[in-house]
Design a protein. Structure first.
Length: 437
C-alpha cells in the first residue's frame, strides 16, 4: 500500500489489550506489525472492522504467526474497507480453527471491500469452516495456501478477483467448489495448484455464472460426487482454460476433469480449452475428461488427452458434448482411452473437427458422430509418445505424425512437440508409457 505522510507502524501485541483495539487505532496507510506467536486467546479474534484501510504484516511469516480461532469464533470481518487505489493488505499470517460463527461465514469474512492477501495460510477449519468469504468487492490473493477447510476454502460472490501462485489442497465441502467457488464474479486464477479437493459439483473449482481465465494450473486427484472432478462451470461469460494439467481427477457422474453446462442458447456460454493435458481422469458414463451440455459452446485447441476412462463401456467418450452444444476441436490428440470412446457429440448444434489425431479408443474413436478421419487433416495414428520419464512422456518421437513436418496440416497436433533424448527411439507399448507417467 502506498504510504501517507503520517503513516505509522504499530506493533502487536505491544501494549494493545486486544486485536480489536489495535485495528481501531490504525489510520489509513498505517502498518500493524505482528510479532511471531500462537494467538489463541479470545482477545486475538472476533475483530470487526469498517474503518480505514491499512497493512497487517507479520514480522516472521505465516508459519510463525498463527491466529487460532479455537473453534469458537472468527478472526476478522471487513465491511466497506479500502479502495482499488488503497486496498486493505494482510500479509504473512496463518488463520486456523474456524468452525462457524453466528452471522459470520468464514474465518476472514469480507464485504464491499478491496483486499490484497499475500503469503497467507488458511487451514484446518472443520465443520462449516470456510477460510475466506468475499463479496461485492475486489480481491487480489498471491502466494497463499488453503488446506483442510471443510466448508469451501474460498468463496467469491459478486466480485472481481485475481488469484496467483496459490495452492488449494484437501479441502472438503458438502456443496460445490471445495477449493474456490465463485458466483456472479469475474476474474483470473493463475499459476496455482488444486490437489485432493472434494465437493459435489466441481471438486476443486465451481464457477456459477460470471466468467474466468484459468491459466497455468495443475488439477490433480480432485473428486466430485456428481459433476466435474476438477472444474464445474455454469457460466454466462466466457471461461478460458489455458496451459493447464488435469491428472487423475474423478467425477462420480459426468465430466471427470471438466463439466461445462450452458445457458440453453443465451449469449456468453462459451468455454475455450487451450494447450492443456488431460491424463488419467475418470467418470461414470459421460466425458471421462470433458463433458459439455445444454448449448455449451466448447472449443478445444492444441490439447492432449490420454489414458482417461469411463466406468460404463459403450455409453460415452473421453471428450463429450451433448444437447445443442456447438463443438469445435482443432490440433488435438485424443488417444488410449481405457474404457469408452474418444470423441462423442450428440444432438449437436454444430461440429467442426480439424487437424486432430484420435486413435486407439476401445469404444470407437468417434462416438455418435461420423468418423472424420481422412478429412480436414484429421488422422488416426499412434502419436508416438517418448515415454522416457514422467515429465516428458507426452513429448513426441521425431517420427510422430503429430509433428508439423509429418502431417498434411503442417501443424503441431497436441500440446507437446518433439522431445526424445535420441533421434531414433524404440517403440514402447502404451502400458510402458503409462507406467512412466
Amino acid at each position: 500500500m502506498a504510504g501517507t505522510a503520517s503513516a505509522t507502524t504499530r506493533e502487536y501485541p505491544g501494549s494493545f489489550v486486544s486485536l480489536q483495539e489495535a485495528f481501531d487505532s490504525c489510520a489509513a496507510g498505517d502498518t500493524l506489525l505482528v510479532a511471531p506467536g500462537l494467538y489463541i486467546q479470545p482477545q486475538h479474534r472476533n475483530v470487526v472492522h469498517s474503518g480505514p484501510a491499512f497493512t497487517v504484516l507479520s514480522s516472521a511469516g505465516a508459519s510463525e504467526t498463527v491466529f487460532h480461532c479455537d473453534y469458537t469464533g472468527f478472526w476478522l470481518t471487513l465491511d466497506g474497507v479500502g479502495s482499488p487505489s488503497a486496498p486493505m493488505e494482510i500479509l504473512g499470517l496463518t488463520i486456523t480453527a474456524f468452525d462457524g460463527a453466528p452471522s459470520v461465514l468464514a474465518a476472514l469474512d469480507c464485504h464491499s471491500s478491496c483486499l490484497e492477501l499475500e503469503d497467507m495460510i488458511f487451514e484446518h477449519n472443520p465443520g462449516n469452516g470456510r477460510g475466506l468469504e468475499f463479496s461485492h468487492g475486489e480481491l487480489l490473493c498471491r502466494a497463499s495456501t488453503f488446506r483442510n477447510c471443510a466448508g469451501n476454502a474460498l468463496v467469491i460472490t459478486w466480485s472481481a478477483f485475481a488469484i496467483e501462485g496459490s495452492s488449494f489442497s484437501d479441502n472438503r465441502t458438502s456443496g460445490d467448489g471445495a477449493g474456490v467457488r465463485t458466483y456472479r464474479s469475474k476474474g483470473s486464477i493463475r499459476s496455482s495448484r488444486f490437489t485432493g479437493n472434494r465437493a459435489v459439483w466441481g471438486g476443486a473449482i465451481d464457477i456459477n455464472h460470471g466468467g474466468a481465465l484459468l491459466e497455468d494450473l495443475v488439477f490433480e486427484g480432485n473428486t466430485a460426487t456428481s459433476w466435474g472432478g476438477g472444474l464445474h462451470a455454469y457460466a454466462d461469460e466466457p471461461v478460458v482454460i489455458r496451459n493447464c494439467v488435469f491428472r487423475g481427477n474423478r467425477a462420480e457422474d459426468d465430466g471427470g476433469a471438466v463439466y461445462f453446462i450452458g445457458n440453453y442458447g443465451q449469449a456468453g456460454d462459451r468455454m475455450d480449452i487451450e494447450n492443456c493435458d488431460f491424463v488419467g481422469n475418470s467418470a461414470n458414463t459421460s466425458g471421462a475428461a470433458v463433458f459439455a451440455y445444454g448449448s455449451a459452446e466448447l472449443h478445444i485447441t492444441g490439447c492432449t488427452f490420454a489414458d482417461n476412462s469411463l466406468d460404463v463401456p459403450g455409453l460415452g467418450a473421453t471428450v463429450q458434448s451433448a444437447i445443442w452444444s456447438p463443438f469445435y476441436m482443432d490440433r488435438t490428440v485424443v488417444v488410449n482411452s481405457v474404457v469408452g470412446g474418444g470423441v462423442g457429440v450428440t444432438d449437436p448444434a454444430e461440429v467442426s473437427i480439424t487437424c486432430s489425431d484420435v486413435w486407439n479408443n476401445p469404444a470407437g474413436n468417434y462416438w455418435a458422430i461420423p468418423d472424420p478421419t481422412g478429412t480436414n487433416g484429421n488422422i488416426s495414428s499412434d502419436p508416438r509418445f517418448c515415454g522416457a520419464a514422467a515429465a516428458d512422456s507426452l513429448l513426441l518421437m521425431n517420427s510422430s505424425p503429430c509433428l508439423p513436418a509429418n502431417n498434411a496440416c503442417g501443424v503441431l497436433i497436441g500440446n507437446h512437440g518433439e522431445g526424445c533424448e535420441t533421434s531414433v527411439a524404440a517403440d514402447k507399448s502404451w502400458g510402458q508409457i503409462k507406467s512412466l507417467y
